[in-house]
Write a protein that binds this ligand. Structure first.
Ligand code: NAP
Length: 311
C-alpha cells in the first residue's frame, strides 16, 4: 500500500474498523473514504455498487458485519445469516467489479466445527458440524471467505481473509444482554462495584475456555497482512493462549477493582467448550501480539470509564 492509496474501511465506527483506522493513520495513511451505517447501508446492493463506482477505492478492509454475543445470535439467526451474507456479497462483488487492488475480509473463529481438534488449524474448516448457537453467523462467514478464495482462483483478484479469535477493546458493545464476554463482564463488575452489590454472576459453568485478543492488536495484524500476505488460504489471528471463563472473570474483577464474589449461572448458555486458534501460519508470516491480557483489559476498562460511564 502506498501512503496516497484510497482506503475504504467498511465498519470504521465499529470496534475493529475504528482500530484499523487508528492504526493506518498512525502509519501515515491519509486518503480514506469512510461511510457510516446511516450513510451507506451495505445490505443495499444498488447503493453499494454506486458507492464503489463513484469512489473507486484501492484497498478495502471489510470490517462491517452484524455482530453479537451468544444471546443475540440465538435470538436472531435469520438476521445474522442474511445481513452478513448481503454485506459480504455486495462489498466483495463490487470491489472486484470496480478494480479494487486488494481486499481483506474479516471472518471469525466460529467458522470451525464444534468438535474440531484444538488448537484450530486453518485446514479444519468444513470438517464437521458447527456450534449451533451461532451457526447462522458462521455460515455467512464461511461463505465470505470462500467467495474471496473463489475470486482469487477464478479471476486472480487479490482478496484475502483473516479469522480472529474473540476480540475486545475500545468502542466495544457494552450492552448487558447483547455483548461478548469481556465488555459484558466489565460493565457488570463496574456496576456492582459502584452499587455495592455482593456478587456478580457469569454465564455457564465458568469452565469453558476463551482466547481473547485486544482489538488494536487485531488491527495491527490486519494492516501487517494487508501489506505482506497475498496467499491462497485465510489466516487465523489469535493471542496464542486461552483462559477459562472463570480466569477471565477473575482478571476483569481485578482490573475493575471489584471485591465481591463471582458466582456461576449454569442455566445460561456458554457456547463452545474450547476455541483456541493455531496461529503458526501468522507467526511464520512474522506477526505476534505485544500486549498481555491484563494490559489489554486495563486499557479497555479505562476507555469504558472515560467514555461510557455517566458521572
Ligand atoms: N468482536 C469480536 O469479538 C469479533 C471476533 C471475531 C471476528 N469479528 C469480526 O470483526 C468484524 C468487526 O467486528 P466488530 O467487533 O468491530 O463489530 P462492531 O463493533 O459491531 O462493528 C461493526 C460495524 O459494522 C457496521 N454495520 C453493521 N451492519 C451494517 C450495514 N448493513 N451497513 C453498514 N455498516 C454496517 C456497524 O454499524 P452500526 O453499529 O451502526 O450498525 C458497525 O460500525 C466483523 O466482521 C466481525 O465478524 C469480531
Amino acid at each position: 500500500m502506498e501512503r496516497e492509496d484510497k482506503i475504504y474501511i467498511a465498519g470504521h465506527k465499529g470496534m475493529v474498523g475504528s482500530a484499523i483506522h487508528r492504526k493506518l493513520l498512525g502509519h501515515g495513511f491519509h486518503n480514506f473514504v469512510l461511510k457510516s451505517h446511516k450513510e451507506l447501508d451495505l445490505t443495499d446492493q444498488r447503493a453499494v455498487e454506486a458507492f464503489f463506482a463513484g469512489e473507486r477505492p484501492d484497498y478495502v478492509f471489510l470490517a462491517a458485519a452484524r455482530v453479537g454475543g451468544i444471546a443475540a445470535n440465538i435470538a436472531a439467526p435469520v438476521e445474522f445469516l442474511l445481513e452478513n451474507l448481503q454485506i459480504q456479497c455486495n462489498v466483495i462483488s463490487s470491489a472486484y467489479k470496480y478494480g479494487v487492488k486488494k481486499l481483506m475480509f474479516l471472518g471469525s473463529s466460529c467458522i470451525y466445527p464444534k468438535d474440531a481438534p484444538q488448537p484450530l488449524k486453518e485446514e479444519y474448516l468444513m470438517t464437521g458440524l458447527l456450534e449451533p448457537t451461532n451457526e447462522g453467523y458462521a455460515v455467512a462467514k464461511i461463505t465470505g471467505l470462500k467467495l474471496c478464495e473463489y475470486y482469487r482462483k477464478q479471476y486472480g483478484a487479490d482478496f484475502i481473509s483473516v479469522m480472529p479469535c474473540n476480540l475486545y477493546g475500545y468502542y466495544d458493545n457494552f450492552d448487558p444482554e447483547k455483548s461478548h464476554i469481556v465488555p459484558g463482564l466489565i460493565r457488570r463488575f463496574h456496576e456492582a462495584k459502584v452499587s455495592g452489590r455482593g456478587s456478580v454472576a457469569i454465564w455457564g459453568s465458568g469452565r469453558s475456555y476463551r482466547e481473547l485478543l485486544f482489538a488494536d492488536e487485531m488491527a495491527d495484524a490486519c494492516v501487517y497482512l494487508m501489506e505482506k500476505y497475498s496467499g491462497d488460504g485465510f489466516v487465523n489471528i489469535g493471542y496464542g493462549k486461552d483462559y477459562t471463563v472463570m480466569e477471565i472473570a477473575e482478571a476483569i474483577r481485578r482490573t475493575v477493582g471489584y471485591e465481591g464474589e463471582i458466582i456461576t449461572d449454569p442455566d445460561r448458555p456458554e457456547g463452545m467448550q474450547r476455541k483456541v486458534l493455531d496461529t503458526s501460519k501468522l507467526k511464520a508470516l512474522g506477526w505476534t501480539p505485544r500486549y498481555s491480557l491484563e494490559e489489554g483489559l486495563r486499557m479497555t476498562y479505562e476507555w469504558y470509564v472515560a467514555n461510557c460511564v455517566r458521572v
